[in-house]
Design a binder for this molecule. Sequence first.
Ligand code: VGL
Ligand code: ZN
Length: 231
Amino acid sequence: MSRVALIVVDMQNDFCPPDGSLGVTGGRDIVPTINLLLKSSKFDVKIATKDWHPADHISFAKPPEQKPFESFTTIVNPDDASQTYETRLWPVHCVQGTKGAELVAGLDVDMGKVEKDADWKIIEKGQDSRVEMYSAFYAPFDNLRQGPSTIAPFARSALPDYLKERSVGTVYVVGLAADYCVKATAEDAAKEGYRTFIIEDATKAVDPSGWPGVKAGMTGIGFVECKDVLN
Ligand code: VGL
Ligand code: ZN
């Protein structure tokens, strides 16, 4: 029987105001909603992802030439210089082992552990300093779906195998940020063949004004509210 997974993306101190280095407006406010989801028996498998960067991660703006948020960087596949990737630079965030990389206070991660028959797992991502990795599945140029990649093994997380081993068929994605890691994770989930939903009132965007446009461009993903799931 196909099982249902809840993927809680990057609910970490650095993404939560007021202290987070890359605080997403309202990021902390969705903790109670996510806790309700974690408590629900609707999900057979529960996962929390952590952005887990080395201190020299490529996505960190290096002042004074580079500015966070405003600048764009071109990230090149270390194995193929013809493959480039345009994205934003960010303030230093979620460095491995720092307070900023810890799951945010109040997130009821124990719910996943105590739930009867539910698996609970923390998945780290973004450990390869050479590549950005918004998705909790893969870095953009990881081709492990086709065969062995020569990109460092950390460009692929433990998530793809974890979901497969547990016969998951449907995933619900929540957390931070809607327009970056939640989006990329949901898109890869859909690509991998999962029925994929984003629970909209359990996520917040870095750019709330741009979110409707980003959302409109996402195909094959369902958008639902918490109340639709927990009835
Ligand atoms: C994220 C920017 C940089 C996210 C991670 O979790 O959405 N955004 N790293
Ligand atoms: Zn990051």
